[in-house]
Design a protein around this ligand. Structure first.
Ligand code: G4P
Ligand code: MG
Length: 174
């Protein structure tokens, strides 16, 4: 008998509220980013909502860690990257945004790539951190690690992946 992995559902309102709380944490930490870098695709909507509270421009990068058969590659790979990265990031305070810190492999890869371009400071903000043993690590140079909620190691269902958004809302309440 195979057991279904546990699923946790969030509504858009849940996500919005979590991001507002996280923006509060970021402000009270004193970290004042000049720009956000969103990791696509999961980081796009969180970064856009965060912009409502932080009002900073968003740059986006695409990283893929899985192949077409959903198996992890040896290492994450860039599928899209910021043009003229050096000019945009050098000497700037950056906030890297993603939806979930799962294995941490993609986050670590992305942080190390961004650190090559000499930002003044770099911090990370993720909506959800899964409590589990991580395969990746946050490099020492990272000033802050912000998360909205810490969750058990379950499968998180985001509203932007929902086919039926009313059903998603219903499941997010139960
Ligand atoms: P991490 O460094 O942020 O921990 O990422 P990791 O490489 O472990 O994650 C690989 C992919 O799996 C990422 O998607 C991540 O968003 C997705 N993922 C991990 N856990 C969950 C979960 O509980 N729910 C959902 N919905 N996704 C999860 P990706 O390859 O970047 O694709 P995309 O979906 O962001 O486009
Ligand atoms: Mg992602």
């Amino acid at each position: 008998m195979s057991e279904e992995p546990k699923k946790i559902y969030f509504s858009y309102n849940d996500i919005h509220q979590t991001i507002k709380d996280m923006a509060g944490q970021i402000k009270s930490s004193g970290y004042d980013p000049q720009l956000m870098v969103a990791i696509g695709t999961g980081g796009f909507i969180p970064a856009r909502i965060l912009k409502t509270f932080l009002d900073k421009p968003i740059f986006t990068v695409g990283i893929s860690y899985y192949d077409s058969e959903n198996n992890p590659k040896d290492s994450p790979q860039k599928i899209q990257w910021i043009d003229e990265v050096e000019k945009k990031l050098q000497g700037k305070r950056i906030l890297l945004v993603d939806e979930v810190d799962d294995s941490r492999v993609t986050l670590e890869y992305c942080l190390r790539e961004l650190l090559k371009h000499q930002p003044a400071e770099i911090a990370v903000a993720v909506l959800h951190n899964k409590r589990k043993e991580k395969r990746g690590e946050i490099p020492r140079e990272v000033e802050h690690y912000f998360y909205g909620l810490e969750l058990e190691d379950a499968w998180i269902c985001y509203p932007w992946d929902a086919d039926d958004i009313l059903e998603q809302d219903r499941l997010s309440r139960s």
